[in-house]
Design a protein around this ligand. Structure first.
Ligand code: MSP
Length: 498
């Protein structure tokens, strides 16, 4: 049987242009997808856009466009960014596509038939920008607890999903499936939420009179679907549900959702219950990462302190940007984005450690062997290399696998960098120029050969993080003759500010 892997990003709201927050999840997903493909898995990597709802409608109105024309204008910007960032998504689902609307209609019809949806009257406090209803207790001072803007009192007739009926099932499911919600701190957050609160039923419709931009309810001409109920279904509609059951059944059990911590409740409470009510299993895992902030502030479109990923890659390159995001902050924790931090990572990890190792090794191969990479003879390898480098070569793939299976990007990179550090140290300790002087040719051959083997492997394993760098390393040292180019990461020398 084929080994399969399914990885998803949230589908992004298209009320503005993509920023580093969006690119973070997408790069993380891309790294995992590339890693699994290299290991021979059949991968489906999904991303897309969330195009309905009030937020998008409002943004369209501000531009004087119909919502469809507005979203059609923004989508190319997302696709272009993913192309620029070397993202290898296998599909791009838009919630305005018929294949998605069909799946949403199917969910609604089935749940309605089953008696899991009912018509009720909704009185609530609603935050328009966040599109979330809040209770009196949550909306302290009449403010949205998320964005702090005023909430509006709303009374309307709507359809409700009997979410409350499934609370006990969900609690039990989470408790009996460790690793379903990661990191553990997020799992515990969801568990205490479920233990301390009585779940209400989920309002899944909006009256057309208030909001017409959405997927129609199959059984009510007066309503459209609530944007979150619509959006979550993208994960299954993109896999072909309900029409292409075979593909869906193959890939769904392995699905991992990467999301930001701000949308944990929708993914870890609403979504598993929706699936369960439909007779489907929850995804394999939901991993909620932290937030990037700029200085002291959370970065968001509404705060206007958004960093444009294209500016960063214009200055540092795609690979450096990808490396920085995944290396700087543990996936799951919050981080601070700054130019200085990128320069530090660049000069340290990339220029001094990796770039330098490759450059020195290529230079030595040219100088001592006319560019030939000698063949490694493990039997005669110097004991220091045998002890300090060989085990790191042999164990690297398994360490990277284990780290990435837990979405621990830093642990995977640390494993690679331990090998790099061991090689750099080995060069300093061995002093190859002495071997040359003393005509110890076979030792010198083995010395270069073991470094080349380590670099090739490090270059392979770093590929999911830095695809272009991996290719460059392979082009320079992948064959039995070196092809030295420019240094991979020439040090950045910052001019002192006056
Ligand atoms: N459309 C919904 C998701 C529906 S998924 C069925 C949505 N879209 S969003 O565009 O607002 O946000 C998408 C993702 O970007 C979220 O996971 C969010 O956490 C992430 N980020 C937005 N700003 C961020 C940072 N500053 N830092 C890290 N990630 C952040 O929510």
């Amino acid at each position: 049987m084929n080994r399969v892997f399914t990885i998803t990003t949230p589908i992004y709201y298209v009320n503005g242009l993509p920023h580093i927050g969006h690119s973070y999840t997408t790069i993380a997903a891309d790294c995992l997808a590339r890693h699994k493909r290299r290991r021979g898995y059949d991968v489906v990597f999904l991303t897309g856009t969330d195009e309905h709802g009030q937020k998008v409608l409002k943004a369209a109105e501000e531009k004087g466009l119909t919502p469809q024309a507005f979203v059609d204008g923004i989508i190319p910007r997302f696709k272009e960014l993913w192309r620029r960032l070397d993202i290898t998504n296998d599909d791009f689902i838009r919630t305005t596509e018929p294949r998605h609307a069909e799946a949403v209609g199917y969910f609604l019809s089935e749940l309605y038939k089953k008696g899991d949806l009912y018509l009720g009257s909704y009185k609530g406090l609603y935050c328009v920008p966040c599109e979330v209803f809040w209770t009196e207790k949550q909306a302290v001072g009449g403010q949205c607890p998320d964005c702090r803007r005023p909430v509006e009192k709303i009374v309307e007739s709507n359809y409700f999903f009997k979410m409350s009926a499934y609370q006990a099932w969900l609690l039990d499911y989470i408790k009996t499936h460790p690793g379903f919600i990661l990191p553990d701190s997020r799992q515990n957050e969801v568990l205490s939420f479920l233990e301390e609160n009585q779940l209400g039923d989920l309002c899944v419709s909006r009256p057309k009179t208030r909001l017409s931009w959405g997927i129609p309810l199959p059984f009510s001409p007066d309503h459209v679907t609530y944007v979150w109920f619509d959006a979550l279904i993208n994960y299954v509609s993109a896999l072909g549900y309900p029409g292409h059951r075979e593909r869906f059944d193959e890939f769904w059990p392995e699905a991992i959702h990467l999301i930001g911590k701000d949308i944990l409740r929708q993914h870890a409470v609403f979504w598993p219950i929706m699936l369960h009510a439909m007779g489907l299993n929850p995804p394999k895992r939901i991993f909620a990462h932290g937030w990037w902030q700029v200085g002291e502030e959370k970065m968001s479109k509404s705060r206007g302190n958004v960093v444009n990923p294209l500016d960063v890659i214009d200055e540092f390159g795609i690979d450096v940007y990808r490396y920085f995001l995944l290396r700087e902050v543990p996936f799951g924790l919050d981080g601070v984005f700054s130019r200085e931090a990128i320069v530090q990572r660049f000069n340290g990890d990339l220029a001094n450690d990796l770039g330098n190792l490759v450059y020195r090794t290529l230079t030595m191969a040219e100088k001592y062997f006319d560019g030939r990479i000698p063949v490694l003879n493990k039997a005669t390898l110097d004991p220091a290399a045998r002890q300090n480098i060989l085990p790191k070569i042999d164990g690297l793939a398994a360490r990277v696998d284990a780290a990435l299976d837990g979405q621990d990007f830093i642990a995977a990179l640390e494993a690679i960098w331990e090998l790099i550090a061991a090689c750099n140290k080995h060069i300093e300790v061995t002093k190859p120029w002495n071997l040359k002087k003393e005509n110890r040719t076979s030792e010198l051959e083995n010395f270069i050969a073991v470094l080349a083997a380590a670099i090739r492997l490090a270059g392979e394993e770093v590929g999911p993080f830095m695809p272009a760098t991996s290719q460059k390393i392979n082009a320079q040292i992948g064959a039995d003759r070196v092809a030295k180019g420019d240094p991979l990461f020439p040090r950045i020398i910052e001019e002192k500010k006056q």
